[in-house]
Design a protein around this ligand. Sequence first.
Ligand code: GLP
Length: 240
Amino acid sequence: MKINIADHYEEMSKMAAEHIIQTVHRKPNALLSIAGGSTPLGTFRYLIEASKDNRVSFSACKFVSLDEWVGLGGGDEGSCRSTLDQHFFEPLNIREEQIRFYDGRSTDLNGECEKTDLFVEEHGPIDVIVLGVGLNGHLGFNEPGCEMDTYSHVVELDDVTRTVSVKYFNEQKNLNHGITLGMKHIMESKDVLLLADGDKKAEIVKATVLGEMTDDVPSSLLRRHARFELFVDDKAAAFI
Ligand code: GLP
């Protein structure tokens, strides 16, 4: 595990973005998976600037979704797909054929899992996976109690996740399930980046790096990965 502590959010975002840029320089057709929460938004801004300055090109990369709320699709405000569309795919002119993303509105969620697993099989393993962490330690939607030997699957959301989810939506949604890459995808990724910022994440960051390695805190299991890097700002690093 490598821990990168930045003085503030923008610096943390820059450090994570530079890691992604290096990966794409080494392998222009890299397969990337990036979380759609609030944490990576600064990293997206930095990558967009770097692309405008011709410091990186994502034109040969592939992208696979990390997770999605069941019941929501690309057109739904607050969905993971719409966040990535707005803040990453569209500003970078990523083409649809470069992307495989779960459709949480599909009536065939098993089919969504199969198509995603096939995409990773064909283009993978994932070269870099960029994760946020839930207040309960979840990764994507691998909630506390998750199994290690899973690929894509549908999950019943933890109470903490349901409570926190309101921050993504203007109107109340009744979201009880998620669809996500599994822990096996995460552990088979070549580089695993975990980003966390702000006071609220300080406790879970401490549990991630110093606590017991347990499936009760999925993020703690990343310490088993040989190329796991944590990127935190000063606030999230308060207890480590
Ligand atoms: C969300 C998503 C994850 C995200 C995590 C942290 O519920 N399922 O993909 O990384 O929780 O979100 P945020 O970055 O908004 O704190």
